[in-house]
Design a protein around this ligand. Sequence first.
Ligand code: APR
Length: 312
Amino acid sequence: MRRAKITIIGAGNVGATCAHWAASKELGDIVLVDIVEGLPQGKSLDLFEASPIEGFDAGIIGTNGYDETADSDVVIITSGIARKPGMTRDQLLETNVKIVSDVTRKAAEKSPDAVLIVVSNPLDAMVYTACKVSGFPTQRVVGQAGVLDVARYRSFIAMEVGCSIEDVSALLMGGHGDDMVPLPRYTTICGIPVSQFIPAGRLSEIVTRARNGGAEIVGLLKTGSAYYAPASATIAMAESIIRDKRRILPCAAYCDEEYGVGGYFVGVPCVLGRGGVEKVIEVDLEGAERDMFSASVSHVKELCKAVDGFLG
Ligand code: APR
């Protein structure tokens, strides 16, 4: 059987860490691409040289071009500039639209059947950019945001309760970070509603911390943004696609009639399998949840309008 092939564009912190997780899970052969000469070659060689020690079996190469990426099953887009302290994700928009549209065009031409996973920020606008530029069917374009936001939320809940992270199950929807829609009704610990462990006021502080989880890391690092958890979240999605696991993961997926969104990428739970987004799961939302989700969708629409302006 042919091994899966994964292209990762951007060999910076998130891209290189994606390569690391993907190699250690033996998801397939990896091609790391970056605009900086030597960077993807150096990082991929370094990672490959760890394989005899770690015992993973994966081809890993680095390149500044796209020929080597041909016929990839999954293309992960992390190229772009990262946030500096005080910057919002939206302030990255203009620069990252140019970068993401350029790399998408080149990668899509070489791998017309791939599933694109977009990680660059502002996420909801970058998925839209990648979809428009690639011309791919919408189910083969998906953004990484929800898996990370939920992971942060679950981490903070486990820290608060003092229980294993394994037993915390949660769902968040909407846009990445600031636009996140918390759903405490769907948060459980070993199947027990979270309200039996954490009072509502304290839970809302935890939601706020998760909402600002990216900024918290930017504030600590000062020279860049988070990468371990974002990369781990991305590779969980890639694994579900490559191994056709059909996991239900919160992702930025195309919704038209779903939730009445009308043709934008927003954070919703969906089934991820070999075909990409195989199904969007429609969750019942109550009054305030629905209002927050609508506000989130409105923000995504505004960002996409700005993207249309830049793409011309
Ligand atoms: N083609 C290929 N690579 C590019 C291009 C391009 N046109 N432009 C920039 N890059 C590369 C940079 O050279 C750099 O190596 O993208 C990489 C980005 O890496 P970092 O600066 O380390 O940023 P990182 O922390 O990896 O974040 C990347 O993911 O989470 C998001 O907000 C984050 O948008 C940011 C992205």
